[in-house]
Design a protein. Structure first.
Length: 196
């Protein structure tokens, strides 16, 4: 069956259509390409602000359970949670809203980030110079979902793996900052002691 048969698949907003040149009616957080990490997370520090000339339809705003996919390489999919809901999704992305009775968004998130599916995306995009994939690819994508209990198992393992990976990255960054401070303080102490 096609993904479009069991999920809503649509492109994001063409930003120029609703952009307020002056006197914005509503301000939103905007998901952009640089805010998507290769690991499939959204870096909230990298999001932009979008000033809209009117209140936007919910179809263009991220909702919990949405799977949002970059339409350009590396075609990373992200899963929207409570921290990332309510963001404007631009036309650089496709939004997939699944029917959770047939397809869990957490399972689809895992599936779309597998090397095999990413390879299919790459093959589909190789016909154009920009390497962009069309939203229609996802509507027409043939999928045979596992039974829901099995989807839940895969989703749970993937969530655990992603959480562990994110924590390890945060730990590595904190350690790097820690050693940088120790080295700077040690250098300053040695420099002072040599001046006496």
């Amino acid at each position: 069956m096609k993904l479009g048969d069991i999920a809503s698949v649509r492109s994001g907003l063409v930003l120029s259509r609703k952009l307020a040149r002056e006197n914005p009616v509503q301000r939103y957080r905007l998901l952009n390409l640089r805010s998507i990490t290769p690991e499939g997370f959204i870096d909230l520090n990298e999001t932009d602000v979008y000033d809209a000339k009117e209140k936007l339809s919910s179809e263009y705003l991220s909702q919990v359970g949405d799977v949002v996919i970059r339409l350009s390489a590396p075609y990373t999919a992200v899963l929207i949670d409570t921290e990332t809901e309510g963001m404007v999704i631009s036309s650089n992305f496709v939004i997939v809203r699944t029917d959770p009775i047939a397809l869990l968004p957490e399972y689809l998130f895992w599936l779309l980030n597998t090397p095999a599916v990413k390879h299919e995306m790459f093959e589909s995009s190789s016909s154009n110079m920009l390497g962009a994939i069309k939203a229609k690819f996802f509507s027409d994508y043939e999928i045979t979902p596992l039974p829901i209990p099995e989807q839940q198992k895969i989703a749970a393992i993937n969530t655990l793996a992603k959480t562990e990976s994110k924590l390890l990255q945060q730990l590595a960054k904190a350690k790097e900052q820690y050693y940088e401070i120790i080295l700077r303080n040690t250098y300053n102490e040695l420099k002072r002691s040599n001046q006496i």
